[in-house]
Design a protein around this ligand. Sequence first.
Ligand SMILES: NC(=O)c1ccc[n+]([C@@H]2O[C@H](COP(=O)([O-])OP(=O)(O)OC[C@H]3O[C@@H](n4cnc5c(N)ncnc54)[C@H](OP(=O)(O)O)[C@@H]3O)[C@@H](O)[C@H]2O)c1
Length: 249
Amino acid sequence: MAKQLTTLITGADKGIGFQTALELGKRGHHVLVGARDVDRGKEAVDRLTKNGIIADLLKIDVTDRTTIQAAASQVMTKFGYLDVLINNAGVALDQHQPASKLSTEVMQNDFKVNFFGAVDVIQAFLPLLKKADTAKIINVSSNMGSLGLATNSASQFYGVNSLGYQASKAALNFATICFAKELADTTITVNSVNPGWTATEFGGRDLKQSIPSGMQSVKTGEAQIVKLASDPENKITMTFTENQGTLPW
Ligand SMILES: NC(=O)c1ccc[n+]([C@@H]2O[C@H](COP(=O)([O-])OP(=O)(O)OC[C@H]3O[C@@H](n4cnc5c(N)ncnc54)[C@H](OP(=O)(O)O)[C@@H]3O)[C@@H](O)[C@H]2O)c1
């Protein structure tokens, strides 16, 4: 029988993170639900458990290194390794204000979660990933962080100007590139994924209303993340992909 994989997903109490936990749990992963709010995290673990999934809560606020280190110590004690790390926690705080008006404080808060938070989590869990037979880091990025799309006048993203969020996701993509290169001689792969415009609170959906047209379901949003996380070969590294294929960095 194949070994049960242990997978940590940050920001897994709702949205794409929760749906990813559900799908990977159904595929047999032992899911570690990263949540900054313990009550919301427990609720998510309960929902997963009711679906027959093996799940534990890990309190992680990605902007608070103490919680990250405490979570890594817990995983070290209980498992001694980690197979898959999915950096999913994310915020978009700049409300599409033009670069000339957006305060750098707001931009810093985008970066604290989307970039520094993800890097802190990778650094803390890397010793555990190195203890797995083969391991994966999947960074949940965004097409809004693609420099190629932002500078292509034929792209719908050419007209988007959201400096804090876009720069923080472009920086996260650079984390993917740098860690993939550093870990090239190991069995750890590192990739960025764009979920696409997805029906979550983050995506702008009122969860009490039906999904607006053009917005995809969370099940479609997690598909490429789950595909990479479940890939038994684990040879693909340093890519930026979505359901439709490869994206320009
Ligand atoms: N939805 C889209 O259209 C879309 C498109 C492209 C990329 N993405 C990316 O997909 C990822 C998931 O987004 P989503 O749509 O599922 O959003 P969501 O429903 O708002 O979920 C975001 C998750 O991140 C968590 N989070 C925020 N700040 C955190 C922190 N400091 N520490 C730990 N967790 C934190 C949230 O926790 P709380 O519950 O405590 O707030 C929540 O669990 C994000 O990285 C986002 O940038 C989304």
